[in-house]
Design a binder for this molecule. Structure first.
Ligand SMILES: CC(C)(COP(=O)(O)OP(=O)(O)OC[C@H]1O[C@@H](n2cnc3c(N)ncnc32)[C@H](O)[C@@H]1OP(=O)(O)O)[C@@H](O)C(=O)NCCC(=O)NCCS
Length: 174
């Protein structure tokens, strides 16, 4: 496991299979799966997803990371940068890098994903020289939209689908 980013309260590190139980437990809470993927995953689905995410990181050098609380060493969420193509959308059908995230239900309300996002966006801009980073969410996922705003993204209704919003932030140095 490799530490990719460190913040005051968090370590963002690559995954290993030992993360499976913690990830499956935290993503089994209905508030966490409600908007993505919209139903509870089976343990087999969680295992397949974790394997796929680990291979993605290995191949691309970006992808999903474990969010670990420094104080306890507990895995409390996931976040990452991933390739994204909003194919349906004429205005945004360019390849983009998306910041995505999820946190265990009992760690909401402490600014933890905002803290992770600030550091990961800085990392994406400085280390990977990304020109911009986007996020996307269903329009009624207000907490996710609030995260985008706290990260300084401009939030727009998706031009091709009013049920979605897109957050965008440009690299000030590119
Ligand atoms: C999206 C998600 C990670 C947001 O979690 P969150 O706890 O609301 O977001 P943050 O960690 O940034 O915390 C912000 C909250 O902490 C509070 N807070 C406390 N200390 C803070 C600090 N130092 N800095 C910023 N906010 C702080 C904020 O006021 C805010 O509280 P509020 O919800 O009462 O307004 C969470 O709702 C989630 O996991 N959802 C399920 C997965 C999901 O939908 N992912 C997105 C798919 S598009």
């Amino acid at each position: 496991m490799q530490v990719v980013v460190e913040t005051e309260r968090l370590i963002l590190r690559t995954h290993s299979m030992v993360d499976l139980d913690a990830l499956h437990t935290l993503t089994s809470h209905p508030d966490v799966w409600r908007f993505d993927p919209g139903r509870q995953r089976t343990i087999e689905e969680s295992r397949a997803l974790l394997v796929w995410r680990m291979m993605e990181y290995e191949r691309r050098g970006i992808g999903r990371l474990a969010v670990v609380l420094k104080a306890t060493g507990q895995l409390i969420g996931y976040c990452g940068l991933q390739l994204c193509l909003l194919e349906e959308c004429y205005e945004l059908n360019t390849p983009e890098i998306e910041f995505f995230y999820g946190l265990s239900r009992n760690h909401w309300g402490q600014g933890l994903i905002t803290e992770a996002g600030q550091a990961l966006i800085r990392y994406g801009f400085e280390e990977h020289k990304l020109k911009r980073i986007i996020s996307s969410a269903l329009s009624d996922n207000q907490r996710s939209i609030n995260v985008m705003r706290r990260l300084g993204m401009r939030v727009e209704t998706c031009p091709c689908d009013p049920n979605w919003v897109v957050g965008l932030i440009d690299n000030p140095r590119q």
